[in-house]
Design a protein around this ligand. Structure first.
Ligand code: FE2
Length: 385
């Protein structure tokens, strides 16, 4: 690494003094700008995310707007922007991605004040370029964007939008239909988890540390996350202000195939395993999502027998939580409520977590056991355990 850094420094245009001054927080991130999924049929996926997840229509780009290669629908809820993109021909990198991975997360876009600095600083630290800084313009102003690769074929796109007043990005028009189901109360992205191959967790946690300036805030080993059959290890990486959290999972040795291996098999490599979205009323959110057809992982009824002893007094009605399958965990700072959807496509790959934090900043370690047993029951049904 030292040689690599020295070599990169030589080619760097800033003075060394300036680099080290900036070294402490060289990549301030304002938040997740958008998450882009490549999907087989964006029109139908958009309908699903509107209906079942309560996303609201925002913007559109496709043949009608002069886009010949792909079609994108942008949906929003709270601070979340979800982009659903589908290719319009078989000869495109989007079609290749889709064939290999199925529906899944391609872009985790991060909003920054200065894209050029974000791109050149991460490149200097060893990032692999997806595309260099570009300015895209329309009558509403300008956006600067640049992208770098992360695990698998997933990428980070830096977005600078301080000089843009448009609906989403240049090239997009306002998307308006007569079908607008109400929101289910999703507010923002709490964390996004990446699954990587056995032995690659440290490579990618190092990437987030050295290339993006993140810190490792928690580590789970196979003693924390294992059942009789399967195991995984995880390192949670966080940026400086804590707004961006990326846990990185790798499979650990077990008697049978772990959920991470199942994911890697069906996604054909590393990728985003789940998107955790926050709500401030999980009972309302999950009641709505269940009504609208979302399937969640089953929590064994016996789980609730010990919850009170484990987490103490909570504001919510335990009976209601049990009825909805919402799990609870506590740490030194408070407690959290969480629940996991089943995969949202036919391949057992991407799923969602809905989380409500009441002081707790952790990730529900106390629920891992019940959760894993539930995932294994699903794997057994799929014949992938
Ligand atoms: Fe999570």
């Amino acid at each position: 690494m030292a040689t690599k850094t020295l070599k990169a420094l030589k080619n760097y245009s800033y003075s060394d003094k300036k680099i080290f001054k900036k070294a402490k927080d060289f990549l301030p991130i304002n938040g997740t700008d958008y998450v882009e999924l490549y999907v087989g049929n964006a029109k139908q996926a958009a309908h699903y995310y509107k209906t079942a997840f309560g996303f609201q229509e925002l913007a559109y780009s496709g043949l009608e707007t002069g886009m010949r290669e792909s079609c994108s629908y942008v949906l929003t809820q709270g601070k979340i922007r979800l982009v659903l993109t589908t290719p319009l021909s078989p000869n495109s990198p989007i079609a290749d991605h889709l064939k290999k991975h199925g529906d899944g997360v391609k872009v985790i876009a991060l909003e920054v004040d200065d894209v050029r600095t974000a791109y050149y600083e991460t490149m200097r630290r060893g990032a692999k370029s997806f595309f260099p800084p570009e300015i895209i313009l329309d009558a509403d102003g300008e956006i600067i964007r640049a992208g770098i690769h992360t695990y698998g074929e997933t990428v980070h796109v830096f977005v600078e939008r301080k000089n843009y007043k448009g609906i989403f990005l240049p090239g997009f028009v306002k998307w308006k239909t007569g079908y607008n189901p109400s929101s289910v109360g999703l507010k923002y992205i709490d964390h996004m988890v990446g699954n990587v191959e056995l032995g690659a967790m440290n490579t990618w946690s190092k990437f987030y540390e050295e290339v993006m300036g993140f810190a490792n805030i928690v580590t789970f080993d196979d003693k924390d996350i294992s059942t009789e059959y399967t195991a995984l290890m995880s390192k949670v990486m966080s940026n400086g202000n804590g707004r961006i959290k990326f846990p990185i999972n790798e499979p650990a040795a077990g008697k049978k195939k772990s959920q991470v291996e199942e994911y890697l098999d069906f996604y054909n490599g590393p990728g985003c395993q789940h998107i955790a979205v926050a709500t401030d009323d999980i009972v309302f959110t999950i009641s709505e999502m269940r009504k609208r057809g979302i399937e969640f992982l089953y929590v064994p009824g016996s789980y609730y027998d010990t919850v009170k002893k484990r987490v103490g007094i909570i504001d919510e009605d335990l009976k209601k939580l049990k009825e909805l399958g919402i799990m609870v965990d506590r740490d030194d700072e408070g407690y959290l409520l969480q629940i996991f959807t089943k995969p949202v496509e036919d391949r057992p790959t991407l799923f969602f977590e809905i989380i409500q934090r009441k002081g707790a900043k952790s990730f529900g370690k106390g629920n891992f056991q019940a959760l894993f047993e539930s995932i294994e029951a699903e794997q057994a049904k799929r014949g992938t355990l």
